[in-house]
Design a protein around this ligand. Structure first.
Ligand code: SF4
Length: 410
């Protein structure tokens, strides 16, 4: 059976694998406060769904009816639990913002004759890979068949800020929606994705050709392979970041428990003071190590320069010897060398059915397949254009067994 993923599931993993485990594997039960931004989004989506639902059934809601539906959505017992984090703002400010955005949308688009709604709040699921090992699910706000025959995937946003066109054209979620609609409705030939930024009264259309969609599919596939690997090893490390401040699993998190126990005098089952001492000692040693490593790194350049000028490869002292080597090697580019070339190479490797080895290391693609002549000639020729030259410099030291004491200082 296929394993189901969604953009938010993948995103959670990328932000913090431990949070992913709490949420999707352990399903830890914690209190989840509702953020006012999320509630505003739900309220606006609810009102627009009703508006287009009535329209599909040939009744046009008036602006007052639309706003009344929106206001009613806020009248929920949950209202008191809604969390507002922005200083100086309250829930009523957000209610007003949503109301103004909807009124503006209504004025601009009534009587809503842009096309025929095919689906509203549509849950889609489609296979991500040809073997159907993984599926992607998502909910599309509205799918509309425009009068010019174009199918529009419409996504309503209540964000404060607008993305750039470039960000939108690379948006994974929009790409996955498009792939999903292409799969579910193969007869829809021309598909566009439009995001409606309600606060701004602005619509932006994402431009994604087939290559871009394949790149998005490939990236999602690679992310999922990574999750599956971590899942097999059951190794979900916490990844601390500013997002921790909003994490509902904060108090359960192994990265936070020691800190919490020291700050809040919590009763814990470990010796928190011993932990503090270990951390202190380790950090002091690490600091010294860093200083020494920086000094070594700086010395390397001097050593290479000295050896080049003197045309020698080995320096000697009372402690032992320092040997340098300089060579050039062929390699495929890594993501850090050249991101664009890396993705082009990734696509090519995928087309050749080599994506799993590529995911491990582009070096493996080179060493195990290319250099060992294991690939068909035409693929080899295509890969050749990716080859780059890398200069490798290394230093090996050999220290005599009997050496005088070294003073590291403080
Ligand atoms: S508190 Fe931070 S590190 Fe811990 S699970 Fe949450 S996001 Fe991850």
């Amino acid at each position: 059976m296929a394993t189901a993923y969604s953009k938010s599931k993948i995103e959670t993993f990328k932000n913090c694998p431990r949070q992913y485990k709490f949420q999707y594997i352990e399903r830890a039960v914690v209190e989840k406060p509702v953020s006012v931004e999320n509630f505003l989004g739900s309220a606006v989506h609810y009102a627009l769904e009703k508006l287009y639902n009535f329209k599909m059934n040939t009744r046009l809601l008036s602006k007052e009816e639309l706003l009344e539906l929106y206001r009613k959505y806020w009248e929920t017992p949950e209202k008191d639990k809604i969390k507002v984090t922005r200083e100086g703002l309250g829930v009523d400010d957000y209610i007003r913002v949503g109301s103004e955005a909807l009124a503006q949308y209504y004025d601009k688009n009534a009587p809503f004759e842009d096309g025929t709604s095919v689906a509203l709040e549509k849950k889609i699921t489609f296979p991500l890979d040809p073997e159907g090992r993984f599926t992607i699910s998502g909910v599309i706000d509205r799918i509309c068949r425009r009068h010019d025959g174009v199918t529009e995937i419409i996504d309503y946003k209540t964000n404060v800020s607008l993305p750039t066109q470039q960000t939108l054209d690379n948006d994974t979620q929009m790409g996955l929606y498009q792939l999903g609609v292409k799969y579910l409705w193969p007869d829809f030939k021309e598909i566009q994705v439009r995001q409606v930024f309600l606060r701004h009264g602005v619509s932006l259309t994402a431009v994604m050709n087939d290559d871009k969609l394949e790149e998005i599919r490939y990236r999602a596939f690679q992310d999922i392979l990574e999750i599956e690997k971590v899942r097999r090893d059951d190794a979900f490390p916490p990844h601390e970041s500013p997002l921790c401040d909003w994490c509902v699993y904060y108090e359960l998190c192994p990265a936070k428990r020691h800190r919490l126990s020291l700050d809040d005098d919590l009763g814990v089952e470990f010796d928190k003071e011993a932990g503090k001492e270990l951390a202190q000692k380790y950090l002091e040693l690490s600091r010294k190590k860093k200083i020494l490593e920086a000094e070594l790194e700086a010395m390397k350049d001097d050593i290479f320069k000295f050896c080049e000028q003197a045309d020698i490869t080995t320096l000697v002292s009372a402690l032992g010897s320092v040997k340098i080597t300089v060579s050039e090697k062929e390699a495929f580019p890594t993501k850090t060398d050249d991101e664009r070339a890396f993705y082009d190479l990734a696509l090519l490797a995928r087309q050749a059915g080599l994506e799993e080895c590529f995911k491990l290391d582009s070096g493996i693609l080179y060493k195990e397949f290319y250099a060992r002549e294991k690939l068909p000639e035409d693929l080899k020729r295509k890969l050749e254009k990716f080859l780059i030259k890398k200069v490798q410099k290394s230093i090996r030291t050999s220290i005599k067994k009997e050496v005088p004491d070294i003073d590291f200082g403080e």
